[in-house]
Each structure stands twice: as structure tokens, then as C-alpha cells.
Ligand binder design. Structure first.
Ligand SMILES: Nc1ncnc2c1ncn2[C@@H]1O[C@H](COP(=O)(O)OP(=O)(O)OP(=O)(O)O)[C@@H](O)[C@H]1O
Length: 705
């Protein structure tokens, strides 16, 4: 195809006078020839879409099929194309039956109106699509098969999608050029793309350096900052205070994105920023659909300049004027970090990418990856993905905690490219000494923190096990366009609910017992601790920061369950009763509690112990802890005993009053009530003991005749 025709199309369909780069032009020219498969590996925002959209328009009467991983991404592309009056459509599970019928009828007609058809990989696996595909191919109507975000075929990549693997099947025996596009392919991912999509030997590769010279990267440590939130606020104001913007339309003005790991963090940070005078909105998968849409539109239109979001935000967001991308906590791995920060400076203007690094956040990610690794078992694919994730996270930790080279090298190393000429485009190249000093101070403080268990960051990240993980999972699923959402690990909500319920119960009972008088929180907390089944209950949250007593009690229950099962299934002569087993569980829990300083470590140790006991049960062996356990002669009243006994106690009280009346009638000595109250205060006797005590006291205080 002649170049002049290509330029004509560029202007006519896309209203551009020139190509964004020489490589974009070369790729378009090559694709237009329809002679070879083409792999385009270019940075985010470099204009990869045009490399297939323009050729699609220049092959009249033919259709280009694009496989794209996300409905949101497809929607954005279609909206963009329709605005340019290009006939684009999508075949996916969300369209209505009549829309589907109309679309298929058009595609089957002799000269279809549709020029570009977007299909999700899941839809591509359906019989409907396969039949349509064969029909189009038989009538020689397919111009190109395009695989957008092609790194999704690779388990080495950061967004692996199993359905992408099956796209290669569509290429068997089909002579239509395949165009694969990605921004984040290292050597392994590139090899996977080539083999999975069966790109021909004579394929053409268009690859530019991943280096984005307009992006400035740096890292700050919140625990070294006097007020991290004000620091962030000042950074935002600095980034958004761009000159000569007054004449711009609202939607073209500078804006920014802050990424958090969990939805709780997004909401907390949004509130903080709003209080500090920065108008911000949040975005995560827990919001209602209309809220999400509304917030995204407000940010897109420039009504709000800052959006605090989980990773579910951003794919397909093509806003040129993003002046900063912040990671509040820790990025996940170099590829995601590259893609997320790649949303900054798409107009080529200087923009900033900052991490406010918190070790508790990277630990939380590590914890989840370790869990995935544990769960993977013998499943090779899952294991490999968890290993890749762990490797990626280690690189991020190194990047943040132990900087030793230009920040951009994180990416050039990952993508297997020579080091970029950064000059002063990162804090390290600008002032290596300052960066090293900060990192050293951070490490020193972190060590001190580990022994003292207090830190700014942990105070804000208590959700890493429960709602955090679940929330993060939902956001990730959302991001990956999956409908499923499992119900595991909702520990946070459970903990909160359990604690609330226990406190409420005790509060009510206390009020009843104290004739509706107000009871202080301190009294209630100490009562709960006093009656808890676990040992050293009162120091739960001070020893292991953020650990709730309710959580410890839940773990004791769980340990009791698995030990009980182990004992009843594996021990022939059984001498322990349920209470002995619970005592054993209490000992084990206390041992773990004493040995750990963070609730993550505590929780993972208990989880390990539970699975260890289960393993013993599966092997038919009595667990060693039970073998070594010596039953205790006496037991303390537990929280559950307390609940059970409160009603009985009230009945006892009535009985006591009655007895007391009788005694008072009979004696002028100290009453049973007086003596009982004294004893009760000192010992907290059981109901039977109390009852006996009253009897005993009565006997002892009876007047001598
Ligand atoms: N020749 C051109 N001249 C000017 N702008 C262009 C040109 N080609 C593309 N663009 C614009 O560049 C921006 C980025 O393009 P595009 O979304 O295709 O990037 P991308 O490489 O696919 O990025 P990502 O990997 O993040 O999806 C878009 O706003 C697009 O309209």
C-alpha cells in the first residue's frame, strides 16, 4: 500500500497529520501490507492502537477482529472509535439478544458495516463465535486478527488470563495476519506470545525502549516523614500547579492517580486528602456500579483532579494530562508498576511517579503470595505464577528499600534492555547520597519498629489479612473481568462482628447486673480480658499490634476443633475430655502468641499449626502436642462460660437475696451477703461454688444458741 494512501487515512479517519513516532509509522506501513504476523512491543501511551486501527480502516470491505481482555477497555476503544465515526462493535456476554442478532446479521452480510469487532477471550471460545469466525474466514472477510494486551497469554506476565491461551487455536489453518500488541513483555513473555499465538517464523517485531524519559521516579518513606498526609498533599499541589492551564478545558487540565492496595486504604486516604483541602474521589470494586462510573467520569471530565483507587482503575483510561501517579504503600511487581505509572504523562509532558513505601504493605503482598504458593500444591501453573509474583515483589522491595541504581533500571532490567540514559529523571540519578541516606534511615527505623511494634504504617494498614485481602481480590477480579469472587478470608469483618457482639453482650449484661448504671469501656475490656479463654488476654493488642482478642479466641476454637478431630480419630484409649483438648489448644495458641510480634506472623503461624494438625489426622497419628499435653487440675471461667452463666447467676442472685433475708432475720452478725461479696470480689467463684459458699457462710455465721 502506498504511503500517501496511509497518510490520507491517518488524516481522514483519525484526524492526525503525522505519526506519533517513526516506529508507529513503520508498524502501520508493515501491518497494511498484510504479509506478515507482527508483534508490537511499545511503551504505554505510545499509540499502539493506531497500528491496527488505521490498517483496519484502509482494508475496505474487510473486518478486523480484536481480542481484548477487559470489557471496560473494549468500551473505551469503541467509544473512542464511534466518536471518530468508525463502525466498531463488540461481541460479549453483556449485549442483549437483539443487539447480538443484529450484529451477527451485519457481520454475515455481503458488505458489513462493522469495521472493527472487539471480542473478549471468553467469548472467542464459544461455539457462536467460532461459527461466525469460520463463516467470515470462508468468505475472506477477515483483514487482521489482533491480540491486544498480548502479555496476558503468558504465565510469566503480570495479568495472565487462561482464556488467552486458547486464542492460538483460532490461528490453526487460517491464513490471516496476526497482530499482537503489548507494553509489558520481557524476554520470557515475548517467547510465550510467539509460541502461544503461533506467530510465523517470518514475523516482524516492532519494539521500542521501555524508557519513558518524561517520567520522574522517586520513593519516600512515610515513617520518616513528620506528616505523610501533608507531604502527599504538598506533592499533589506541586504537581497540579501547572502554569498556563487557565485557558484549558476542565477535562484537559492536570490531574493525578493514587493507587492503594485495598479499598479501605482508598477511602481513608480520600478522606484525609479532602480534610487537607485536596478534592479527591475514590474508586474500587466495592462501590456500586453507578458510583464507580460517576466518579470515573468526574475525574475524566476534570470535575475532580485526584482519584484514589485500587488497581481496578486505569485499564483503558486514556487521559493525556495525568501529571502524577502515586503508589501509597507498595507496587506489586515491576510490570504492574510500569503499566500503572505508564498512565502518567501520555501527552509527553514531564510527570511524576512516586512511591510512598510502607514495609507493612509489601509484607502484606508477600503474605498473600506465600499463601498462593502454599495453595498451589502440585499445580504447576499456579506455582509458577506465584513464584513469578514473588520474584517481582522482591525486585520492588529492593527498589524501595535498597536503591543502588537508577530507578528506570528496574524496568530496563525487567524488559531485558540496556540501561536508559536517565540523566536526572529519578531521585537516585539526581541525588544518590540523599537517597541512600533516606534508605538507611528507613532500615534503621524499621528495625527499631520491629522490636517496638509501633509504626505509622501499621496503624493504617491493619486490614491486610481480612477485608484487605478480600477487597484486593475483588478488585483484582474486577480488573481481570472475572465475575467470580470467593468468600474466603473475610476474617476482618468476622473479627469486627465477633468483637462487637461480645462487647455488646457483656455491656448489656453488665448494665442489667448494675441496675442500668453506665459501665466504662475500661471495665468492660478488663472483664472481657479477665474471662477470655486465651492466656495474657489483656496484652493481646499491645504485644501483637492490631491483634484482637476476638481473633485469638476464634483461633483457639479452630485449634480445638482440629485437635479434637485428631484425638477422636487417632487416639485409641481416650482419656481427655473436650475441655482438656481446649486447654491444649490454649497452650498452643499462647506459645504462638508469645513468639510473634506482628499479627500477620501470628496468623500465619496459627494457620500453619492448624494445617499441621490436619496433616497428622490425615496420616492417622495423634498430634505431638496432644501426646505431650498434661491435663490441668483446675480451670478458669471462660468468656463462653461467662455468657452461659450470666442467666444462672441472676437466678442465683434471687436465691441469695432470699437466703440473705432469712439470715438477716436470724442473726445480727455479719450477713452472708457481706461475706459473699468479699469472696466474690477476690475469687470469682463458680455458680456451684458460690451457692455452696452461701450455704457454708450461713452455717458459719449462725448464732450460737
Ligand atoms: N499519530 C498520532 N498523533 C497524535 N496522537 C496519537 C497518534 N497516535 C495515537 N495518538 C494518541 O496517543 C494516545 C495513546 O494511544 P494508545 O491508547 O493507542 O496508546 P497505547 O500504546 O495503546 O497505550 P496503552 O498500552 O497504555 O494502552 C491516544 O490518546 C491516541 O489518540
Amino acid at each position: 500500500m502506498e504511503e500517501s494512501k496511509i497518510y490520507e487515512g491517518l488524516k481522514k479517519y483519525f484526524r492526525f497529520d503525522k505519526f506519533k513516532s517513526e516506529l508507529q509509522k513503520q508498524a502501520v506501513v508493515e501491518v497494511c501490507q498484510r504479509k506478515h504476523d507482527v508483534l508490537i512491543s511499545m511503551p504505554t501511551g505510545s499509540g499502539k492502537s493506531l497500528c491496527y486501527q488505521l490498517p483496519a480502516m484502509l482494508h475496505e470491505k474487510m473486518i478486523t477482529i480484536v481480542f481484548s481482555p477487559l470489557l471496560a477497555l473494549i468500551k473505551d476503544q469503541i467509544d473512542h472509535l464511534l466518536a471518530l465515526k468508525i463502525r466498531a462493535a463488540s461481541l460479549n456476554s453483556k449485549i442483549t439478544v437483539s443487539q447480538r442478532e443484529a450484529l451477527i446479521a451485519d457481520l454475515k452480510s455481503t458488505s458489513p458495516n462493522t469495521k472493527i469487532l472487539y471480542v473478549t477471550p471468553e467469548q472467542a471460545a464459544t461455539q457462536t463465535f467460532k461459527a461466525l469466525y469460520t463463516n467470515l474466514y470462508n468468505f475472506d472477510k477477515i483483514a487482521f486478527l489482533v491480540v491486544d494486551e498480548a502479555h496476558c497469554v503468558s504465565e510469566w506476565g503480570h495479568d495472565f488470563r487462561p482464556h488467552y491461551l486458547r486464542l492460538g487455536e483460532l490461528r490453526i489453518g487460517v491464513k490471516v495476519p496476526c497482530i499482537a500488541l503489548t507494553a509489558t513483555a520481557n524476554v520470557e513473555v515475548t517467547n510465550d506470545i510467539i509460541s502461544s499465538l503461533k506467530l510465523a517464523e517470518d514475523r516482524k517485531l516492532f519494539k521500542t525502549s521501555c524508557f519513558r524519559s518524561n517520567l520522574y521516579y522517586d520513593v519516600f518513606y512515610p515513617n520518616l516523614l513528620e506528616d505523610p498526609f501533608r507531604h502527599l498533599r504538598d506533592f499533589i499541589n506541586e504537581c497540579l500547579n501547572v502554569k498556563n492551564e487557565t485557558d484549558l478545558l476542565k477535562k484537559n487540565k492536570s490531574c493525578g492517580i493514587i493507587y492503594c492496595r485495598t479499598r479501605e486504604q482508598t477511602e481513608m486516604l480520600m478522606e484525609r486528602l479532602n480534610k487537607l483541602g485536596v478534592k479527591a474521589l475514590c474508586y474500587h470494586a466495592g462501590l456500586k456500579n453507578h458510583e464507580r462510573q460517576d466518579f470515573q467520569e468526574k475525574w475524566q471530565n476534570g470535575d475532580v483532579q485526584v482519584i484514589v483507587a485500587t488497581i481496578s482503575f486505569g485499564m483503558g483510561v486514556d487521559k493525556a494530562s495525568v501529571r502524577f501517579v502515586v503508589h501509597w504503600g507498595s507496587p506489586k511487581d515491576p510490570a504492574s508498576f510500569y503499566q500503572e505509572t505508564g498512565r502518567a504523562g501520555r501527552d509527553g509532558k514531564p510527570s511524576k511517579c512516586r512511591v510512598y513505601y510502607s514495609r507493612s504493605d509489601s509484607k502484606a503482598i508477600e503474605f498473600h503470595v506465600t499463601q498462593d504458593l502454599g495453595k498451589a500444591g502440585s499445580k504447576e501453573g499456579k506455582k509458577k505464577r506465584a513464584e513469578v509474583a514473588m520474584k517481582g515483589l522482591k525486585l520492588i522491595i529492593e527498589y524501595c528499600e535498597n536503591p543502588s541504581e537508577c530507578r528506570h533500571k528496574l524496568f530496563s532490567n525487567y524488559f531485558g534492555e540496556p540501561p536508559p540514559k536517565c540523566k536526572k529523571n529519578c531521585d537516585f540519578c539526581e541525588n544518590k547520597k540523599k537517597v541512600n541516606e533516606a534508605a538507611e534511615l528507613f532500615l534503621t527505623k524499621s528495625i527499631q519498629y520491629n522490636s517496638k511494634a509501633t509504626s505509622y504504617s501499621d496503624m493504617d494498614y491493619q486490614d491486610m489479612y481480612g477485608g484487605g485481602r478480600r477487597g484486593a481480590k475483588m478488585d483484582e477480579n474486577e480488573y481481570k473481568n472475572q465475575d467470580s469472587d470467593d468468600d474466603e478470608d473475610n476474617g476482618f469483618e468476622r473479627e469486627q462482628a465477633a468483637r462487637k457482639a461480645s462487647n455488646e453482650f457483656i455491656r448489656k449484661q453488665f448494665e442489667l447486673r448494675k441496675n442500668q448504671k453506665e459501665v466504662s469501656h475500661k471495665t468492660i475490656d478488663s472483664l472481657i480480658a479477665q474471662h477470655a479463654r486465651v492466656r495474657a488476654a489483656a496484652s493481646s493488642s499491645s504485644k501483637v499490634k492490631g491483634l484482637l482478642l476476638a481473633t485469638r479466641e476464634q483461633y483457639v476454637t479452630k485449634l480445638t476443633e482440629v485437635l479434637h478431630e485428631n484425638y477422636t480419630k487417632c487416639q485409641e484409649e481416650q482419656t481427655f475430655d473436650r475441655q482438656d483438648i481446649e486447654d491444649c489448644a490454649v497452650d498452643i495458641e499462647y506459645e504462638i502468641f508469645s513468639a510473634n510480634t506482628t499479627h500477620i506472623m501470628y496468623k500465619s503461624s496459627v494457620a500453619r499449626m492448624i494445617s499441621n494438625v490436619k496433616k497428622f489426622t490425615a496420616d492417622g497419628i495423634v498430634h505431638e502436642k496432644l501426646l505431650l499435653f498434661e491435663p490441668k487440675p483446675s480451670r478458669n471461667e471462660s468468656l463462653s462460660d461467662l455468657f452461659r452463666n450470666i442467666t444462672k447467676e441472676q437466678q442465683l442472685k434471687k436465691l441469695e437475696s432470699k437466703k440473705q433475708e432469712e439470715i438477716e432475720n436470724e442473726t445480727s452478725f455479719r450477713t452472708a451477703r457481706d461475706v459473699y461479696d468479699e469472696q466474690k470480689g477476690r475469687t470469682g467463684l463458680s455458680i456451684d461454688q458460690k451457692s455452696n459458699a452461701v450455704e457454708e457462710i450461713k452455717v458459719k455465721t449462725e448464732p450460737e444458741v
